[in-house]
Design a binder for this molecule. Structure first.
Ligand code: FAD
Length: 318
């Protein structure tokens, strides 16, 4: 079922959903299931599965020299989506990236999704590879998420690349895109970033999922500004509970988000990561309760592999 249909069916009740990350290449998928299992009691209507950018790795050759290879360390997004749908009977949302894929390869992935019965996709540009200073579009790939949305929307109209049209292969994807309550870090201003978001919606995106934020005021302001700009689709808040001390430095660095001083002070008082995890849970409970009260369509959690904290939050909120 499409995410938009889940919203309609919920009739204003806030839903619970979460995002998972595929295992590292070579690791067992059971660990992923072990972390999904405890969250199923909260009846997520959909689960997002991320896609990773390819990266440079160094492999030691027989002669001792290091050889540089490009590989994707967490493959399997679409396969995992299909297996979760099969195992749990919930909808899944594979993340589709511009970076690292030609338009042709993207079309193949979308065709696979369509045949597997996946009806929702999240259209994202992706970040630069680790060794790159800025995002470099892939040869014959999409430059921005808006171009990817257009490609998916074309497919939904039966327009494949190279103009091969066959109505029986017409897809019908519900399309999600990313939004940034604290602005995307490359964007010159919030207004410019919101105009870009509007372009994605005008191109066919059905809903927005936000980057993580730790101060609800930022989300509420973002939604207000988006509405003023004419963005009318649902805007789903993304919540990430702080789980370890290191997050205090890593999250602002990687995701370019601010941590409120009250949260920083609480974490500073902790003597162990166990205590930090508890602070993160309590903070996310407060955030989630306020968001539910405000009537958001879904509270979407970034689980990043472990679910015990998400379960503790969901038990208090849903
Ligand atoms: P875009 O919408 O293309 O925007 C990128 C930047 O370009 C912005 O600054 C925007 O203002 C600007 N811009 C947009 N269009 C134009 C234009 N036409 N001309 C000039 N400037 C323009 N990354 C992954 O690698 N894998 C994932 O699975 C993944 N999942 C994510 C899920 C969510 C909910 C979010 C919020 C992010 C996720 N990301 C993921 C990270 C995302 O790929 C990065 O934040 C990336 O830097 C931007 O992606 P985007 O789709 O927002 O890009």
């Amino acid at each position: 079922m499409k995410i938009s249909e889940h919203f309609e069916q919920a009739k204003g009740k806030t839903l619970f959903s979460f995002e998972i990350v595929p295992p590292q290449k070579g690791q067992n998928i059971q660990h992923l299931y072990d972390n999904i299992d405890p969250l199923m009691e909260f009846k997520p209507p959909f689960i997002d599965v991320t896609t990773s950018r390819e990266e440079h790795i160094f492999i030691q050759r027989k002669d001792g020299l290091l050889e540089r290879k490009i590989t994707r360390m967490r493959p399997g997004t679409v396969g995992i989506c299909a297996s979760i749908m099969h195992k749990y009977g919930v909808d899944t949302v594979p993340h589709i990236l511009c970076g690292g894929f030609s338009k042709e390869e993207t079309e193949y992935v979308l065709v696979d999704c369509h045949y597997l019965g996946i009806e929702n996709v999240m259209a994202l540009r992706g970040d630069a590879m680790k060794h790159e200073a800025y995002f470099v579009p892939t040869d014959n790939g999409n430059n921005y998420a808006v171009d990817l949305v257009k490609q998916i929307d074309d497919l939904n109209r039966g327009k494949y690349l190279h103009e091969i049209v066959d109505a029986s292969h017409q897809t019908n994807f519900c399309i999600g895109v990313a939004g940034y309550p604290e602005k995307h870090f490359e964007s010159p201003s919030m207004e410019s970033d919101l105009r870009r978001l509007k372009e994605k919606v005008d191109a066919g995106a059905d809903y927005v999922v936000t980057q993580m934020f730790f101060d609800n005021k930022k989300y509420f302001r973002f939604v207000e500004k988006a509405r003023e700009m004419g963005i009318t689709v649902p805007i789903i808040p993304g919540i990430k509970p702080i789980a370890i001390q290191k997050h205090m430095n890593v999250l602002p660095q990687i995701f370019r988000v601010e941590l409120p001083d009250d949260l920083v002070k609480e974490v500073d008082k902790c003597n162990s990561n166990k205590e930090v995890r508890q602070v993160g849970i309590e903070w996310a409970i407060q955030q989630s309760k306020e968001l539910v009260e405000a009537g958001v369509p879904v509270v979407h959690f970034y689980s990043m592999g472990k679910s015990d904290n998400i379960k503790a939050i969901a038990s208090e909120v849903f």
